[in-house]
Design a protein around this ligand. Structure first.
Ligand code: NAI
Ligand code: 15L
Length: 264
């Protein structure tokens, strides 16, 4: 199934970007890969454009000619505000301004569970729960969610904000058994988000079908995402290799884990 003619993938040099470079290819005619960092040279069906999200002119050139965008680029962990401001706040503004100028119809925004990191692990929240960011990084993703809502309300650019949990080859700790998103489910989520007939401005949790979860995606059924993987297969290994968390540790109390006590 084709989801775009020319699909822009930002953050293409990153952990998820490198995986998606390969897995997204069958879903478009051309995939344009962009990052601030160096990338492998373009192969058949690829274009490579090095660009800094904080540079409006570079972002404008990066977006021109694309009909859909997957925005994975930016700082992906807690960091000093100045750095977050450039890459994630100015960066997402530059991206949507370029999308508006070039008539892009749909964007998939890699948001994060750190938008809601200060909810407790004893709570189940929905796609409509108010943001409770757990740091400058989470705040920047909340800004991206709000900015994309504005660009939908004002200019009609559709966005799906993916509040990704933990997308790695496997869960690294006990918290990630609840937040794990497999690479295959990430691809399913992206394809569903790009191919659903109408998404307007939507928020959905990027999570596999894990036995324990804090996130209720029932308000995002219109996207048609059906996870097929589960962290259950990693449970025994993770429990064997990790200590029992201290129940008084904020990292064990809040959904954002150690991010809630990071000192950038
Ligand atoms: P990553 O840190 O491996 O990749 C991010 C990429 O963005 C890097 O290649 C980096 O060079 C690029 N980048 C940073 N600043 C930039 C700038 N100013 N201009 C252009 N490119 C810039 O992160 P990862 O794990 O691949 O995540 C991808 C996206 O998904 C990120 O936006 C992250 O916040 C989000 N996410 C990832 C999760 C995960 O578990 N992997 C969980 C939640 C959200
Ligand atoms: C994120 O937003 C980060 O990008 C990723 O590195 C993980 O730490 C993930 O959240 C998480 O919460 O596990």
């Amino acid at each position: 199934m084709k989801v775009a003619n020319k699909l822009l993938l930002t953050g293409a040099a990153g952990g998820l970007g490198k995986v998606l470079r390969e897995t997204l290819k069958p879903y478009c005619d051309v995939i344009r890969l962009s990052d601030k960092a160096a990338m492998e040279p373009a192969k058949a069906g690829e274009e490579v454009i090095q660009a800094d999200l904080a540079n409006a002119a570079e972002v404008n050139a990066m977006v021109e000619g694309c009909d859909a965008i997957i925005h994975m680029g930016g700082i992906s962990v807690e960091a000093p505000f100045e750095a977050i401001m450039q890459a994630n706040i100015l960066g997402v503004y530059n991206l949507y301004e370029a999308a508006r100028k070039h008539g892009v119809k749909r964007v998939i925004f890699a948001s994060s569970n750190h938008v809601i990191g200060f909810y407790k692990q004893s709570e189940t929240i929905t796609v409509d729960s108010a943001p409770r960011p757990d740091g400058y990084y989470g705040l920047s993703k909340a800004y991206g969610e709000d900015l994309s809502r504005y660009y939908f309300d004002r200019y009609g650019i559709e966005t799906v904000c993916l509040r990704i949990g933990s997308s790695f080859p496997k869960p690294r700790d006990r918290r990630m058994l609840c937040t794990y998103l497999s690479y295959d489910d990430l691809l399913r989520l992206l394809v569903a988000s790009l191919s659903a007939p109408a998404v307007g401005h939507s928020i959905i949790y990027g999570v596999s079908d894990n036995p324990v979860t804090w996130w209720d995606n029932s308000g995002a059924r219109h996207i048609g995402y059906k996870p097929q993987d589960s962290s259950a297969v990693f449970r025994e290994e993770v429990y064997a290799n990790t200590a029992t968390p201290d129940p008084k540790d904020p990292a064990a109390i809040y959904q954002g884990g150690a991010f809630v006590k990071a000192n950038p």
